[in-house]
Structures are given as structure tokens and as C-alpha cells.
Design a protein around this ligand. Structure first.
Ligand code: HEC
Length: 136
């Protein structure tokens, strides 16, 4: 009798832990899926067509790796740089001059045609990277 009750309690405990585990698994996976796919796609498209000839996300190419660049630079600075880096340098911006010198004066193209939203979408892509499709 006693052992049966103990067994029941153990089963309940197991079931409870299992529920908690399931809950965490789901909340975690929904968290990792919490990416705005429309923006990511838009940003990726622009990045591939305009930036990928000189930049990669994970390593240096002609210019620096851009993955996580938003952690290093302010958004305003990035907008100014991407739209017209020569103008930013000419304004005397120390960071702009420093990165230009670090890359031995390689010239990055100016992109005055990009809107703020375009630039933010590109930066969004550099931050979230590729969307991992879940293998079912
Ligand atoms: C022709 C090559 C080229 C293209 C195309 C290009 N870049 Fe660059 N980029 C560079 C180089 C080289 C540097 C390093 C600074 C310098 O030498 O001017 C740089 C620097 C940068 C930086 C500063 C990084 C840091 O660590 O501070 C950002 C941000 C950046 N580029 C974004 C972009 C984006 C976004 C695009 C596309 C819209 C783009 N670049 C297209 C060559 C390029």
C-alpha cells in the first residue's frame, strides 16, 4: 500500500517536471523565433546587393565584419557613415577618420539613395543574421 502511494507521488512529480520542461522548451523556441522576418529579408536583400562585395557578417573582407556592428556604433553614426562616409570624415568625426585610416584609406562607396528605413533594415540583418529554419 505504502509503496503504491509512493509510486503515485513519484509519477505526479515526474509529470510535473515534464510539464515545466515542456513549458520552458516552448518559451525558449518561441523566443529564438522572435525575429521580424520581413525586415530581416529586406535588410538581407539590400546587404547582398550593395554591401556583400566588401563586407561579410562574420569576418573581414575589404571592409570590417559587420555582424553586431550596432553594439559598437551609435545608430546616428551608422546612418551618417553608410549614407556618406566621406562627408562624415570631412566633418572631422574622429571615429570615422580612425576606421578609414585603419583600413589604409580604402574607399567605401557612399549610399545617399538609401532611406533611414533601408539603413535600419540592413542593420537589423547585421544584428539578427540568418534565420535558422527549424528542422522537423
Ligand atoms: C567598395 C567596398 C565597400 C562597399 C560596397 C561597402 N563598404 Fe562599408 N566599408 C568599406 C571599407 C574599406 C570600410 C573601412 C573604412 C574605410 O576604409 O573607409 C568600411 C566600413 C564600414 C562600416 C564601419 C564599420 C566599423 O567597424 O566601424 C560600416 C558600418 C559599413 N562599412 C557599412 C556598409 C554597408 C551597410 C554597406 C552597404 C550598403 C557597405 N558598407 C558597403 C568598404 C565597403
Amino acid at each position: 500500500m505504502k509503496s503504491v502511494r509512493l509510486h503515485n507521488r513519484l509519477t505526479t512529480l515526474l509529470l510535473k517536471s515534464f510539464t515545466v520542461l515542456l513549458f520552458f522548451t516552448f518559451s525558449l523556441s518561441s523566443f529564438s523565433q522572435d525575429v521580424d522576418e520581413v525586415r530581416q529579408k529586406e535588410g538581407k536583400k539590400l546587404f547582398k546587393s550593395l554591401c556583400a562585395s566588401c563586407h561579410k557578417l562574420d569576418r573581414k573582407l575589404i571592409g570590417p565584419a559587420l555582424g553586431g556592428v550596432e553594439e559598437r556604433r551609435e545608430n546616428d553614426w551608422l546612418k551618417a557613415w553608410i549614407k556618406n562616409n566621406a562627408e562624415l570624415r570631412a566633418s572631422g568625426d574622429a571615429d570615422a577618420i580612425a576606421i578609414f585610416e585603419e583600413y589604409n584609406g580604402s574607399n567605401m562607396t557612399a549610399f545617399p539613395q538609401l532611406s533611414d528605413k533601408n539603413v535600419d533594415d540592413i542593420l537589423y540583418y547585421t544584428t539578427v543574421g540568418e534565420i535558422k529554419k527549424e528542422v522537423v
